[in-house]
Design a protein around this ligand. Structure first.
Ligand SMILES: [Zn+2]
Length: 304
């Protein structure tokens, strides 16, 4: 599943490849990919003729800022990908939406498992619209209301790579939570963009057990985790993301970060620090990889 570094890579690719391009029309092959506005015909009619001014990222969502101030959001979820195809490229049977550009290229939204969602929103706004995964009736209601782009993200936690995400701010947020570190790092309302891969990697580097309660960390441990979260995300971006199955950049090429990971999906292989075997456990239904020697199990009580 694409996390912050993968989504950032896609956004940077698109900024290079399609900023300044104009969408001639959109063909929707899978209606449920459209989150807003609905129905799909309305989405297609509203996006036709729009020019892409700039592309960036918020949390795990790609943002295409249009010249008229509207924003198209692309949440890749499990297997979504945005790929720029030159004229003459054979059609992709997994392309759920095809944006034909005025210059003859196509911006294809490819998604094998079809969990990703695309929305088109007015700029501005503040309130939350929630995760958008409810019953069909809620989905329709959400698709018809005119939420503004700011509302879509108001429930999200801070961006870990911004200057304002300081160690002090991280410490303040951790101290108020008794949740396990692994669970908290995956909580998008606590911190944006971190998923299973980078949570495991950051905890290994910080030598912190995934089951440690957040409010038990001492100041040195907090500073370590703050540093390693940012390190693993930055390195992931430099290496153009971690590809295990479907993830590719907007140029259609996989990233090079998967082979550089220390613990994720390295169960039973030797720890790069101590040589002992990496273990896999399940935390909150998510597989979790760690070194039982370098990342010591939290003690049950503080008895002398
Ligand atoms: Zn180790």
């Amino acid at each position: 599943m694409p996390e912050l570094p993968e989504v950032e890579t896609v956004a940077r690719d698109l900024q290079r490849l399609v900023a300044g391009a104009t969408i001639r029309d959109a063909t929707v092959h899978w209606d449920r990919t459209i989150r807003h506005p609905m129905p799909a015909e309305r989405f297609a009619a509203e996006i036709a003729g729009a020019s892409i001014r700039r592309v960036d990222r918020r949390a795990k969502t790609v943002l295409l800022h249009l010249a008229d101030g509207r924003v198209m959001t692309v949440a890749l979820r499990m297997t979504g990908a945005l790929i720029v195809a030159d004229p003459g490229t054979p059609p992709d049977p997994y392309a759920r939406i095809v944006f034909a550009l005025e210059d003859g290229r196509e911006l294809r939204y490819r998604d094998v498992r079809k969990f990703g969602r695309i929305g088109l929103w007015p700029g501005g706004g503040l309130r939350s619209v929630g995760a958008g995964r409810g019953a069909r009736s809620r989905r329709v209601e959400e698709g018809q209301r005119r939420y503004r782009i700011g509302e879509v993200f108001s429930g999200h936690g801070p961006e870990p790579l911004t200057r304002s995400f300081t160690s002090a701010r991280f410490a303040e947020r951790l101290s108020r939570r008794s949740a396990k570190l692994k669970t908290l790092l995956l909580d998008q309302s606590f911190i944006s963009g971190v998923g299973n891969i980078y949570a495991d990697e950051a905890l290994w580097r910080a030598r912190l057990h995934p089951l440690r309660a957040a409010d038990t960390l001492d100041p040195a441990e907090i500073r370590r985790l703050h540093r390693t979260v940012r390190q693993v995300l930055r390195e992931g971006i430099v290496n153009r993301g971690s590809s295990f199955s479907d993830y590719v950049g907007a140029d259609g090429e996989p990233g090079a970060n998967a082979e550089r990971l220390a613990v994720y999906r390295r169960t039973d292989q030797p720890c790069y620090r101590c040589g002992r075997r990496i273990q896999r456990i399940v935390v909150g239904q998510r597989s979790t990889h760690f070194c039982p020697h370098c990342q010591r199990e939290p003690v049950a009580s503080d008895e002398p």
